[in-house]
Design a protein around this ligand. Structure first.
Ligand code: THG
Length: 264
Protein backbone atom coordinates (compact mmCIF):
# COMPACT_ATOMS: atom_id res chain seq x y z
CA UNK A 1 0.00 0.00 0.00
CA UNK A 2 1.18 3.51 -0.82
CA UNK A 3 1.61 5.50 2.39
CA UNK A 4 0.55 9.15 2.33
CA UNK A 5 1.59 10.82 5.60
CA UNK A 6 -1.35 12.76 7.10
CA UNK A 7 0.46 14.82 9.73
CA UNK A 8 1.18 18.13 7.95
CA UNK A 9 -2.39 19.34 8.37
CA UNK A 10 -3.43 22.70 9.87
CA UNK A 11 -6.08 20.77 11.79
CA UNK A 12 -3.26 19.87 14.21
CA UNK A 13 -2.45 22.63 16.70
CA UNK A 14 1.31 22.59 16.18
CA UNK A 15 0.99 22.76 12.39
CA UNK A 16 -1.76 25.40 12.48
CA UNK A 17 0.40 27.57 14.72
CA UNK A 18 3.48 27.02 12.56
CA UNK A 19 1.60 28.12 9.43
CA UNK A 20 0.22 31.21 11.18
CA UNK A 21 3.60 32.22 12.62
CA UNK A 22 5.57 31.16 9.51
CA UNK A 23 7.77 28.86 11.59
CA UNK A 24 9.17 26.15 9.28
CA UNK A 25 10.60 23.98 12.10
CA UNK A 26 7.54 21.88 13.10
CA UNK A 27 6.65 21.33 9.42
CA UNK A 28 10.16 20.22 8.51
CA UNK A 29 10.44 17.99 11.55
CA UNK A 30 7.17 16.21 10.66
CA UNK A 31 8.31 15.92 7.03
CA UNK A 32 11.48 14.10 8.15
CA UNK A 33 9.73 12.01 10.80
CA UNK A 34 7.07 10.79 8.38
CA UNK A 35 9.70 9.95 5.77
CA UNK A 36 11.58 7.93 8.40
CA UNK A 37 8.31 6.26 9.38
CA UNK A 38 7.85 4.97 5.85
CA UNK A 39 5.74 7.61 4.07
CA UNK A 40 5.84 7.56 0.24
CA UNK A 41 4.04 10.90 -0.13
CA UNK A 42 3.38 13.80 2.26
CA UNK A 43 -0.16 15.19 2.45
CA UNK A 44 -0.16 19.00 2.82
CA UNK A 45 -3.32 20.64 4.14
CA UNK A 46 -3.25 24.25 5.38
CA UNK A 47 -6.28 23.59 7.57
CA UNK A 48 -9.54 25.44 8.05
CA UNK A 49 -8.05 28.44 9.90
CA UNK A 50 -5.65 29.78 7.25
CA UNK A 51 -7.13 32.99 5.79
CA UNK A 52 -4.99 33.04 2.64
CA UNK A 53 -5.07 29.48 1.31
CA UNK A 54 -2.89 30.20 -1.73
CA UNK A 55 -0.04 31.82 0.18
CA UNK A 56 -0.24 29.24 2.97
CA UNK A 57 -0.09 26.31 0.52
CA UNK A 58 2.86 27.84 -1.38
CA UNK A 59 4.76 28.37 1.88
CA UNK A 60 3.95 24.86 3.13
CA UNK A 61 5.27 23.33 -0.11
CA UNK A 62 8.47 25.35 -0.05
CA UNK A 63 9.39 24.58 3.55
CA UNK A 64 8.43 20.90 3.21
CA UNK A 65 10.60 20.48 0.12
CA UNK A 66 13.59 21.90 2.02
CA UNK A 67 13.32 18.97 4.44
CA UNK A 68 12.18 16.06 2.27
CA UNK A 69 12.37 14.89 -1.34
CA UNK A 70 9.11 12.92 -1.08
CA UNK A 71 6.37 13.72 -3.60
CA UNK A 72 3.51 15.82 -2.21
CA UNK A 73 -0.24 15.32 -1.98
CA UNK A 74 -1.84 18.77 -2.13
CA UNK A 75 -4.94 18.54 0.06
CA UNK A 76 -7.27 21.48 -0.56
CA UNK A 77 -10.66 22.38 -1.98
CA UNK A 78 -9.19 25.64 -3.25
CA UNK A 79 -8.10 24.81 -6.80
CA UNK A 80 -6.22 28.07 -7.26
CA UNK A 81 -4.12 27.13 -4.21
CA UNK A 82 -3.52 23.70 -5.76
CA UNK A 83 -2.55 25.16 -9.13
CA UNK A 84 -0.10 27.66 -7.64
CA UNK A 85 1.23 24.79 -5.51
CA UNK A 86 1.72 22.47 -8.49
CA UNK A 87 3.98 25.09 -10.08
CA UNK A 88 6.34 24.78 -7.09
CA UNK A 89 6.38 20.98 -6.71
CA UNK A 90 9.73 19.45 -7.68
CA UNK A 91 8.18 16.02 -8.28
CA UNK A 92 4.88 15.08 -9.93
CA UNK A 93 2.30 15.59 -7.17
CA UNK A 94 -1.11 14.26 -6.20
CA UNK A 95 -4.15 16.56 -6.22
CA UNK A 96 -6.40 15.84 -3.20
CA UNK A 97 -9.27 16.04 -4.13
CA UNK A 98 -12.16 16.42 -6.56
CA UNK A 99 -15.78 15.24 -6.04
CA UNK A 100 -18.06 13.94 -8.82
CA UNK A 101 -19.28 17.46 -9.63
CA UNK A 102 -18.94 18.60 -13.23
CA UNK A 103 -17.52 22.13 -12.84
CA UNK A 104 -14.91 20.88 -10.35
CA UNK A 105 -13.94 17.88 -12.49
CA UNK A 106 -13.61 20.23 -15.48
CA UNK A 107 -11.24 22.40 -13.44
CA UNK A 108 -9.15 19.61 -11.89
CA UNK A 109 -8.60 16.96 -14.59
CA UNK A 110 -7.17 19.30 -17.28
CA UNK A 111 -4.94 20.87 -14.60
CA UNK A 112 -3.73 17.39 -13.60
CA UNK A 113 -2.95 16.58 -17.25
CA UNK A 114 -1.06 19.86 -17.62
CA UNK A 115 1.14 19.27 -14.54
CA UNK A 116 1.43 15.46 -14.79
CA UNK A 117 -0.30 15.11 -11.41
CA UNK A 118 -2.24 12.18 -10.02
CA UNK A 119 -5.75 12.86 -8.70
CA UNK A 120 -7.67 11.73 -5.63
CA UNK A 121 -11.38 11.69 -6.53
CA UNK A 122 -14.15 11.44 -3.96
CA UNK A 123 -17.22 9.21 -4.23
CA UNK A 124 -19.51 12.12 -3.39
CA UNK A 125 -21.34 14.92 -5.18
CA UNK A 126 -23.59 17.92 -4.44
CA UNK A 127 -25.89 15.60 -2.50
CA UNK A 128 -23.17 14.45 -0.12
CA UNK A 129 -21.69 11.04 0.69
CA UNK A 130 -23.93 8.08 -0.24
CA UNK A 131 -24.56 5.40 2.33
CA UNK A 132 -24.59 2.35 0.08
CA UNK A 133 -21.92 0.78 -2.11
CA UNK A 134 -23.93 0.93 -5.35
CA UNK A 135 -24.26 4.73 -5.20
CA UNK A 136 -20.57 5.10 -4.36
CA UNK A 137 -19.64 2.84 -7.30
CA UNK A 138 -21.93 4.83 -9.64
CA UNK A 139 -20.12 8.02 -8.61
CA UNK A 140 -16.75 6.31 -9.10
CA UNK A 141 -17.83 5.29 -12.62
CA UNK A 142 -18.83 8.90 -13.33
CA UNK A 143 -15.41 10.09 -12.12
CA UNK A 144 -13.58 7.57 -14.33
CA UNK A 145 -15.70 8.41 -17.40
CA UNK A 146 -15.28 12.16 -16.95
CA UNK A 147 -11.55 11.84 -16.31
CA UNK A 148 -11.20 9.75 -19.46
CA UNK A 149 -13.20 12.24 -21.56
CA UNK A 150 -10.82 14.99 -20.37
CA UNK A 151 -7.70 13.01 -21.31
CA UNK A 152 -6.83 11.81 -17.80
CA UNK A 153 -5.86 8.15 -17.42
CA UNK A 154 -7.66 5.97 -14.83
CA UNK A 155 -4.26 4.62 -13.73
CA UNK A 156 -3.44 8.09 -12.35
CA UNK A 157 -6.78 8.25 -10.52
CA UNK A 158 -7.22 7.29 -6.86
CA UNK A 159 -10.88 6.91 -5.91
CA UNK A 160 -11.71 7.58 -2.26
CA UNK A 161 -14.93 5.77 -1.24
CA UNK A 162 -14.96 8.09 1.83
CA UNK A 163 -15.08 6.78 5.34
CA UNK A 164 -17.07 8.30 8.18
CA UNK A 165 -16.35 7.68 11.87
CA UNK A 166 -17.53 4.19 12.83
CA UNK A 167 -19.29 5.51 15.92
CA UNK A 168 -21.71 7.55 13.79
CA UNK A 169 -21.84 5.52 10.56
CA UNK A 170 -21.12 1.94 11.51
CA UNK A 171 -23.28 0.60 8.67
CA UNK A 172 -20.95 2.21 6.09
CA UNK A 173 -18.12 -0.25 6.87
CA UNK A 174 -19.22 -3.18 4.68
CA UNK A 175 -20.37 -0.74 1.97
CA UNK A 176 -16.87 0.75 1.79
CA UNK A 177 -15.33 -2.75 1.52
CA UNK A 178 -17.59 -3.69 -1.40
CA UNK A 179 -16.93 -0.32 -3.04
CA UNK A 180 -13.17 -0.98 -2.87
CA UNK A 181 -13.60 -4.35 -4.60
CA UNK A 182 -15.99 -3.21 -7.33
CA UNK A 183 -14.10 -0.04 -8.25
CA UNK A 184 -11.55 -2.40 -9.84
CA UNK A 185 -14.22 -3.60 -12.30
CA UNK A 186 -15.10 -0.13 -13.64
CA UNK A 187 -12.42 0.07 -16.30
CA UNK A 188 -9.33 -1.64 -17.69
CA UNK A 189 -6.86 -0.35 -16.63
CA UNK A 190 -8.73 0.18 -13.39
CA UNK A 191 -8.51 3.22 -11.16
CA UNK A 192 -6.65 2.93 -7.87
CA UNK A 193 -8.22 3.42 -4.45
CA UNK A 194 -7.29 5.55 -1.42
CA UNK A 195 -8.75 6.14 2.04
CA UNK A 196 -8.21 8.79 4.72
CA UNK A 197 -7.76 6.14 7.35
CA UNK A 198 -7.89 8.14 10.59
CA UNK A 199 -11.42 9.36 9.77
CA UNK A 200 -12.79 5.93 10.71
CA UNK A 201 -11.89 6.36 14.38
CA UNK A 202 -12.55 10.06 15.01
CA UNK A 203 -14.26 10.42 18.35
CA UNK A 204 -13.91 6.74 19.28
CA UNK A 205 -12.10 4.83 22.02
CA UNK A 206 -8.98 2.90 21.12
CA UNK A 207 -8.38 4.75 17.87
CA UNK A 208 -5.14 3.03 16.92
CA UNK A 209 -6.69 -0.44 17.11
CA UNK A 210 -9.64 0.63 14.94
CA UNK A 211 -7.30 2.28 12.43
CA UNK A 212 -5.06 -0.71 11.96
CA UNK A 213 -7.88 -3.25 11.86
CA UNK A 214 -9.65 -1.18 9.20
CA UNK A 215 -6.38 -0.78 7.28
CA UNK A 216 -5.77 -4.51 6.88
CA UNK A 217 -9.44 -5.16 6.05
CA UNK A 218 -9.33 -2.48 3.35
CA UNK A 219 -6.04 -3.85 2.00
CA UNK A 220 -7.59 -7.33 1.72
CA UNK A 221 -10.35 -5.69 -0.34
CA UNK A 222 -7.84 -4.08 -2.71
CA UNK A 223 -6.95 -0.71 -1.16
CA UNK A 224 -3.96 0.80 -2.99
CA UNK A 225 -3.13 3.85 -0.87
CA UNK A 226 -3.88 5.36 2.52
CA UNK A 227 -3.60 8.81 4.08
CA UNK A 228 -2.33 7.57 7.42
CA UNK A 229 -0.28 8.22 10.54
CA UNK A 230 3.08 7.00 9.23
CA UNK A 231 4.54 7.23 12.74
CA UNK A 232 2.11 4.74 14.27
CA UNK A 233 4.49 1.79 14.41
CA UNK A 234 1.80 -0.78 15.16
CA UNK A 235 -0.15 0.44 12.14
CA UNK A 236 2.89 0.43 9.87
CA UNK A 237 3.81 -3.07 11.07
CA UNK A 238 0.26 -4.32 10.42
CA UNK A 239 0.40 -2.84 6.91
CA UNK A 240 3.80 -4.45 6.24
CA UNK A 241 2.47 -7.78 7.49
CA UNK A 242 -0.68 -7.53 5.36
CA UNK A 243 1.54 -6.90 2.32
CA UNK A 244 3.28 -10.22 2.98
CA UNK A 245 0.02 -12.10 3.53
CA UNK A 246 -1.42 -10.61 0.34
CA UNK A 247 1.76 -11.71 -1.48
CA UNK A 248 2.76 -8.14 -2.37
CA UNK A 249 6.16 -8.44 -0.68
CA UNK A 250 8.42 -11.47 -0.39
CA UNK A 251 8.47 -13.10 3.02
CA UNK A 252 11.87 -13.74 4.53
CA UNK A 253 13.15 -13.57 8.09
CA UNK A 254 15.47 -10.64 7.40
CA UNK A 255 12.54 -8.70 5.91
CA UNK A 256 10.52 -9.33 9.03
CA UNK A 257 13.35 -8.04 11.16
CA UNK A 258 13.94 -4.91 9.16
CA UNK A 259 10.39 -3.84 8.36
CA UNK A 260 8.12 -5.31 10.98
CA UNK A 261 10.20 -5.07 14.10
CA UNK A 262 11.76 -1.75 13.25
CA UNK A 263 11.47 1.02 15.84
CA UNK A 264 10.19 -1.35 18.50
N1 THG B 1 -9.90 11.64 2.19
C1 THG B 1 -9.07 12.43 1.47
N2 THG B 1 -8.31 13.38 2.03
C2 THG B 1 -8.40 13.60 3.36
C3 THG B 1 -9.25 12.81 4.15
C4 THG B 1 -10.02 11.81 3.52
N3 THG B 1 -7.64 14.56 3.93
C5 THG B 1 -7.82 14.93 5.32
C6 THG B 1 -8.24 13.72 6.14
N4 THG B 1 -9.30 13.02 5.50
C7 THG B 1 -7.06 12.79 6.32
N5 THG B 1 -6.15 13.30 7.30
C8 THG B 1 -6.46 13.25 8.65
C9 THG B 1 -5.61 13.88 9.52
C10 THG B 1 -5.87 13.84 10.87
C11 THG B 1 -6.99 13.17 11.37
C12 THG B 1 -7.83 12.53 10.50
C13 THG B 1 -7.55 12.54 9.14
C14 THG B 1 -7.30 13.17 12.81
N6 THG B 1 -6.88 14.19 13.54
C15 THG B 1 -7.12 14.34 14.96
C16 THG B 1 -8.62 14.33 15.26
O1 THG B 1 -9.39 14.94 14.50
O2 THG B 1 -9.01 13.74 16.26
C17 THG B 1 -6.56 15.67 15.39
C18 THG B 1 -6.04 15.59 16.78
C19 THG B 1 -5.33 16.85 17.14
O3 THG B 1 -5.84 17.93 16.85
O4 THG B 1 -4.26 16.76 17.71
O5 THG B 1 -7.95 12.26 13.29
O6 THG B 1 -10.79 11.06 4.15
N7 THG B 1 -8.98 12.20 0.15
Amino acid sequence: MIIIGERINGMYNDIGKAIKGKDPKPIQEWARRQEEGGADYLDLNVGPASPNKIEAMKWLIEVTQEASDLPLCLDSTNYDAIEEGLKLCKKPAMINSVPAEMPKMERVFPMAVQYGAEVVALAMNEEGIPKDADSRIALAAELVATADSLGFSPEMLYIDPLTLPCNVAQDHGPEVMRTLREIKLISDPSPKTVIGLSNISQGTQNRDLINRTFAVMAMANGLDAGIVDANDNELMSAIATARILLNKDIYCDSFVNVFINRNR
